[in-house]
Design a protein around this ligand. Structure first.
Ligand SMILES: Nc1nc2c(ncn2[C@@H]2O[C@H](COP(=O)(O)OP(=O)(O)OP(=O)(O)O)[C@@H](O)[C@H]2O)c(=O)[nH]1
Ligand SMILES: [Mg+2]
Length: 301
């Protein structure tokens, strides 16, 4: 199966809960205040978020008022167009500048940081880039081992310390090693942490400071990994991580098997942080650059 089909498959629940409802609202009914309100509720319930929903609905209401939209099929077409517009252009991670390009991966527990790092490493390797992973999740021995497995699978190098050691020191050593070895990309794994735990967020700030000491232009990318199944809570996580260390991009994982795929629109509209990557499964090929065009097509087809 190609990625588009996997994406379509992954978005099946979102599509059923969302497009399915949109269609049923207008079946055998006319477009009036009541049906439009139902449409609005459907957008909100699908985690599209209040801002994106308000923007979409104001365009639709205006077109209905002017008599340009008269049936369910045209509402659906307009909805698709407006949702596509909200997502804007593709904004993938672009490797640039002096080596290494350092990516710091952060996020709450279990969102898919280590898996995303492994998949990303594999992608970069297939593009011919050299990759070094930094085992910055020193909290659990299993965290280090998991990254080692991914490093082997992706054919990437790894720098690790013992369990319980200082994650900032691991990141520092990794960047120094990468400079010495002429490595293109360093990806730093970190322990999962609750965005509301001040001491853990302070630790993250320290990691960032030390990374900057090792290389002033690093980290070139601070990648926040968020789990799509958490819905609106993802927005809160992003806001607090951004406040603490400055997030430059988001990887949205677990879009497969959730009905909350609408969160993509809320993230874009309410945070203004680009969604760079989406994950639609646990496999090594289940991570892709986020492509708004493809995403909206998959959602509506
Ligand atoms: N279905 C699905 N599962 C995913 C995806 N990404 C990650 N996972 C799974 O989510 C689980 C947690 O992934 P990890 O990569 O260990 O998450 P983490 O953020 O590193 O976790 P901690 O280090 O414990 O904070 C694993 O079972 C992954 O296989 C995805 O896109 N889809
Ligand atoms: Mg991890």
């Amino acid at each position: 199966m190609g990625f588009f089909d996997r994406l379509k498959d992954g978005l099946a629940k979102t599509r059923m809960g969302f497009i399915g409802k949109v269609e049923s609202i207008f079946t055998g009914r006319k477009i009036d205040r009541e049906t439009l309100e139902e449409l609005e509720e459907t957008l909100i319930v699908s985690d599209v978020g209040t801002k994106a929903t308000a923007e979409i609905m104001s365009v639709i209401r205006e077109k209905v008022r002017r008599g340009e939209v008269r049936d369910g099929v045209s509402v659906k077409g307009l909805l698709k167009r407006e949702m596509r517009a909200i997502l804007g252009d593709r904004q993938p991670i672009v490797i640039f500048g002096s080596s290494p390009f350092v990516i710091l991966a952060v996020g709450v527990n279990g969102v898919g940081k280590t898996t995303t790092i492994g998949k990303l490493a594999s992608r970069f390797r297939s593009e011919g880039l050299s990759v070094l992973l930094a085992a910055g999740d020193t909290f659990r021995a299993a965290g280090i081992e998991q990254l080692e497995i991914w490093a082997k699978r992706a054919d990437a190098q790894i720098v690790k310390h013992q369990k319980g050691s200082d994650p900032a020191a691991v990141a520092f050593d990794a960047i120094v090693a990468a400079k010495n070895r002429g490595i293109d990309v360093v990806i730093v794994d970190t322990a999962g942490r609750l965005h509301t735990k001040i001491s853990l967020m302070e630790e993250l700030k320290k990691i960032r400071r030390i990374v900057e000491k090792a290389m002033p232009e690093a980290p070139q990318e601070v990648l926040l990994v968020v789990d799509a199944t958490t819905g609106q809570n993802a927005l809160r996580q992003a806001a607090l991580f951004n406040e603490a260390i400055g997030v430059t991009g988001i990887a949205l994982t677990k879009l497969d098997g959730t009905a909350k795929g609408g969160i993509v629109f809320a993230v874009k509209k309410e945070l203004g942080i680009p969604v760079r990557l989406i994950g639609v499964g646990e496999g090594i090929d289940d991570l892709r650059d986020f492509d708004p065009e493809e995403f909206v097509e998959a959602l509506f087809s």
